[in-house]
Design a protein around this ligand. Structure first.
Ligand SMILES: [Zn+2]
Length: 68
């Protein structure tokens, strides 16, 4: 299990990136929401979509869930 967070600030393309605890890019995120612990990014992105329909996995730490 790993802790996942979603960036509360959208990116230039409108996506809210989902990051795994320990991701370098997560340290640069100023406002983030804790999603919980998940076995993979799939559950984390599903949870993040409850808050942001444009949630998407970070290409660095959650590449399997990165779609745009
Ligand atoms: Zn990341």
């Amino acid at each position: 299990m790993a802790r996942y967070y979603v960036n509360e600030n959208e990116q230039s393309n409108g996506d809210h990136e989902v990051h795994k605890d320990g991701c370098y890019w997560l340290t640069l995120v100023q406002r983030k929401k804790y999603l919980g612990e998940f076995v993979s990014c799939v559950g984390a992105v599903r949870e993040a979509k409850k808050y942001y329909s444009t949630a998407d996995g970070c290409i660095h730490c959650s590449e399997a869930c990165h779609t745009s």
